[in-house]
Design a protein around this ligand. Structure first.
Ligand SMILES: C[S@@+](CC[C@H](N)C(=O)[O-])C[C@H]1O[C@@H](n2cnc3c(N)ncnc32)[C@H](O)[C@@H]1O
Length: 238
């Protein structure tokens, strides 16, 4: 049992994927569908899902007829290729929509990742982004929690908009997904008795449980959140 736990801590997304039914972001496929609507993804839209994971969102995009490809550091599933978000394997101005769900928060060089997304988008192209946001100073947390909840490289709502503008995007309405984030937490809590499991790890498990509680409070208070937005690369002809 301890071995399984250690594996889950080392690769939290694989573990989470076995617990959740769909994609690894708050709101699941419904939230993806809504974001694709806002980005105008329809039949034939050329779309790249950056950090596509197991490709669930690709399925949502393809179901509406989009011509969708996924890129991930650890690709899985049909139509996914290996690549880094800071060096996207696509030519300049060849894509209509970049989808990036719970991905930019993992970039060590966010500026570079956003510049790459902007580079591959054609004029008038859209970045459909949803991501973790952190307002203010986070308390000290155990490293596995920071990593699995994508907190290390997250920014505040305001900083996220500012860095997108600096990368040449015009940013649309920012929507908050606090309810979906809490529902995701509840779903994991209902399916995994993590208090008992982490209890098996002794003091270390206790520190992880304290960390989870700290993050839950931060989510309830709104200093850790999840947002979505559509940002547009200006069309030079307009
Ligand atoms: C939290 S998961 C989100 C997966 C998917 N977008 C979803 O919402 O279900 C983050 C994904 O980003 C990928 N990833 C992390 N760093 C990356 C990088 N530098 N370049 C490409 N993919 C990366 C991970 O392998 C993982 O599949």
């Amino acid at each position: 049992m301890k071995g399984i736990l250690e594996a889950a801590i080392a690769n939290p997304w694989a573990a989470l994927r076995t617990v959740l039914d769909g994609p690894l972001h708050p709101g699941g496929e419904e939230a993806t569908g809504e974001l694709l609507d806002r980005a105008g993804v329809t039949e034939g839209t050329r779309l790249v899902d950056v950090g596509c994971g197991a490709g669930e969102s690709l399925g949502v995009a393809r179901a509406r007829g989009a011509d969708a490809v996924g890129v991930d550091r650890n690709p899985a599933g049909d139509g996914t290729i290996r690549g880094e978000m800071t060096r996207l394997p696509f030519a300049d101005e060849t894509v209509e929509v970049v989808l990036a769900e719970c991905t930019v928060c993992l970039a060590d060089d966010r500026e570079r990742a956003l510049a790459e997304m902007s580079r591959i988008l054609e004029p008038g192209g859209r970045l459909a982004l949803s991501d973790v946001v952190v307002d203010g100073e986070l308390p000290a947390l155990p490293e596995p929690i920071v990593r699995s909840l994508c907190l290390r490289n997250s920014r505040s709502r305001e900083e996220t908009v500012t860095e997108l503008e600096a990368a040449g995007f015009t940013v649309g309405e920012l929507r908050d997904h606090r309810e979906e984030l809490m529902a995701m937490r509840d779903q994991v809590g209902e399916r995994v008795d993590y208090e008992r499991l982490l209890g098996l790890l002794g003091e270390r498990g206790g520190r992880l449980l304290d960390g989870i509680e700290t993050v839950e409070t931060a989510v309830e208070e709104g200093s850790v959140g999840y947002v979505s937005l559509v940002a547009r690369v200006e069309d030079e002809d307009i």
